[in-house]
Write a protein that binds this ligand. Structure first.
Ligand code: PLI
Length: 471
C-alpha cells in the first residue's frame, strides 16, 4: 500500500513512497452486493446510511469512530483486563497514559465522548451562559444546550468556505470571541470549547499560535478553556507540517504543548486512540474534578471505570501510546491524501485543504440544482451507496438540526458528504474503488432528484431520520 504522494508527505526529491508501519494479521471478509440488493436495502433504511445493516455495506466510510483496527498489543492488553468494580489496575495505566501524553492531572473515564461531554456541560455551564466554540459538533452542542448553554460559533470565516486554502481553518477568530465577551460579559461565558481538528469544517486544524493567543485572551478575562481532544493527534500532525518551528518536533511533543494551554479536555477515544469504545475527561483543577467525579457515578459508573470494562481501559492506554507515534499518523493522513489525489485527478469538488480523518465532498457543487431543503448531501450519500455499496454520511442541513429557539432548520454554509477513513482498516485498493465510485456518481450528477424528510426524531436527527426520493 504505498502512496504516490511524496512531496506533500515531506520527502525532498525523487519518488520515495511511504507505506503503513504495520502488516495485516487477521482479515474480515467483505460482502459485495448487486444494484438491486442495494436499492432495496436503501429504501428499507429510509435513504439514511445510518439505518443500513452493515452486512449490506461493502466499504464502510460512515465514520472513523470506533471502527479502527486494534493492534496485536491492544488485543493482548484486552486479556489483561482487571475487572474489579473499583480500583482496576487498567484505570491506573490509563491515568498514566493521559498524564504523560495529554498532561492533565485528574482523569474521569467515560463510556465514550458524549458521556464526557454530558459531564463537563453539566458541571461547567450555568443556564443562560454562552459557550463559544470553533464550529459546532452535533453531540457537543446538544449537551451544551441541554445544560442550558447557548452555543456561539467563533470559528474563522474561512472555515465556512470549502475552497479556501488557509492552513488552519479550525482557528478561533479572536475578534469574534472578544466581541462576544464585550457584549455578554466574561461572567456569562461558561468556557471556550475548542475542537482539535474541526470535524464539521472538514477536519481542519487549529494552530499552536491560535491556542496560545486564546489562552492569553481567556486569562485576561478569567475564562476557562477546554479542548475537545478527540482528534488532537491529527491536529498535531498539521502543526508539524505547516507551522513554523514545529517541523522538528514529534507529534507527542506537539500534542502535549497544545494541551498545556488548556484547563482540561474531553475525548472520544474511539477516534485518535484506536479503540472500539471509550472516552475520557481530564482536568487540572481539583474542585472541578470533584464535581465531575460526583457526576460520573450517577451517569456512567464508578470513577475508576466510567462505564468501561477494565480491558477497554487497557486497550485505550495502549492505543494512546500507538496513536502518538509519528509513523502512525503519517500513514493515517497519507491514506486520506491518497484518496484526495485520485479525486483531484477528476476535479471532484471537496473541502480543501483535505483534513485528517476524511474527504468531505461538496454536495452543493455536485448538485447545484438541489436546494438545501432537498438535502443534497443526504442525496449524495444515498447515490454513492447505490452505485457501489460504499457507505458515507451526511454533514449538512440534516446534521445541523433545528434552532432550539425558532424551531427552524439550521442552514449551514457547508453541505457535505463525508467519506471517513477508519484507521488501519482499508488498503490503497479500497481507496481506488471508492474514488472510482465517486467519479461515477459525479458523472451522473445532473440526474439526482433530491429527498424529502418523512420522519424526524427530536434529538440528533441525522442518526434516525427517514427520507423518500422526490418525484
Ligand atoms: O461518538 P462519541 O460519543 O464517542 O464522541 C462524540 C464526539 C465528540 N467530538 C467529536 C469531535 C466527535 O467527532 C465525536 C463523535 N464523532 C463521530 C461519531 C463521528 O462520526 O465523527
Amino acid at each position: 500500500m504505498s502512496g504516490k504522494i511524496h512531496q506533500t508527505m515531506g520527502q525532498q526529491s525523487g519518488r520515495r513512497s511511504w507505506a503503513e508501519p504495520w502488516k495485516i494479521k487477521m482479515v474480515e471478509p467483505l460482502r459485495m452486493t448487486q444494484h438491486e440488493d442495494r436499492q432495496k436495502a436503501l429504501a428499507d433504511a429510509g435513504y439514511n446510511t445510518f439505518l443500513l445493516r452493515s452486512d449490506d455495506v461493502y466499504i464502510d466510510l460512515l465514520t472513523d469512530s470506533g471502527t479502527s483496527a486494534m493492534s496485536d498489543r491492544q488485543w493482548a492488553g484486552m486479556m489483561l483486563g482487571d475487572e474489579a468494580y473499583a480500583g482496576s489496575r487498567n484505570f491506573y495505566r490509563l491515568e498514566e497514559a493521559i498524564q504523560k501524553y495529554y498532561g492533565y492531572r485528574y482523569l474521569v473515564p467515560t463510556h465514550q465522548g458524549r458521556g464526557a461531554e454530558h459531564l463537563i456541560s453539566q458541571a461547567a455551564i450555568r443556564k443562560g451562559q454562552f459557550v463559544p466554540g470553533n464550529m459546532y459538533f452535533t453531540t457537543t452542542r446538544l449537551h451544551q444546550e441541554l445544560a442550558g448553554g447557548i452555543f456561539v460559533d467563533v470559528i474563522v470565516d474561512e472555515a465556512h468556505d470549502p475552497a479556501d486554502l488557509s492552513p488552519f481553518k479550525g482557528n478561533v477568530d479572536l475578534a469574534k470571541l472578544e466581541q462576544l465577551i464585550r457584549d455578554q460579559g466574561a461572567a456569562n461565558i461558561a468556557y471556550v470549547s475548542l475542537a482539535t481538528t474541526v470535524n464539521m469544517a472538514g477536519g481542519q486544524p487549529v494552530s499552536m499560535a491560535n491556542v496560545k493567543a486564546l489562552r492569553e485572551l481567556c486569562d485576561r478575562h478569567g475564562i476557562k478553556l477546554f479542548l475537545d481532544a478527540t482528534r488532537l493527534v491529527e491536529n498535531a500532525w498539521f502543526i508539524q507540517e505547516r507551522e513554523p518551528g514545529y517541523a522538528g518536533r514529534s507529534i507527542a511533543e506537539i500534542a502535549l504543548e497544545f494541551c498545556s494551554y488548556s484547563d482540561g479536555a474531553w475525548s472520544s477515544a474511539k477516534k485518535d486512540s484506536l479503540v472500539n469504545i471509550g472516552g475520557w475527561l481530564a482536568v487540572n483543577d481539583w474542585t472541578l474534578f470533584e464535581e465531575l467525579r460526583n457526576l460520573v457515578v450517577v451517569y456512567e459508573g464508578l470513577h475508576t471505570y466510567g462505564g468501561l470494562a477494565g480491558r477497554d481501559m487497557e486497550a485505550m492506554a495502549i492505543g494512546i501510546v500507538e496513536s502518538m507515534q509519528d509513523e502512525h499518523v503519517r500513514s493515517r493522513i497519507g491514506q486520506v491524501r491518497y484518496l484526495a489525489e485520485l479525486l483531484d485527478d477528476w476535479r471532484i469538488p471537496m473541502v480543501r485543504p483535505v483534513g485528517g480523518h476524511a474527504i468531505f465532498l461538496d454536495a452543493r457543487a455536485f448538485y447545484p440544482h438541489l436546494s438545501q431543503d432537498e438535502f443534497p448531501a443526504q442525496t449524495l450519500a444515498a447515490e454513492l451507496y447505490l452505485d457501489s455499496g460504499i457507505r458515507s454520511m451526511e454533514r449538512g442541513v440534516v446534521s445541523a438540526g433545528r434552532d432550539p429557539k425558532t424551531g427552524g432548520h439550521h442552514y449551514p454554509k457547508l453541505e457535505l458528504t463525508r467519506l471517513t477513513i477508519p484507521r488501519r482498516v482499508y488498503t490503497q485498493a479500497h481507496m481506488d474503488v471508492v474514488a472510482e465510485s465517486v467519479k461515477a456518481v459525479y458523472e451522473a450528477r445532473t440526474s439526482a432528484r433530491g429527498l424529502k424528510m418523512v420522519y424526524e426524531p427530536r434529538y440528533l436527527r441525522f442518526f434516525q431520520a427517514r427520507f423518500e426520493p422526490l418525484a
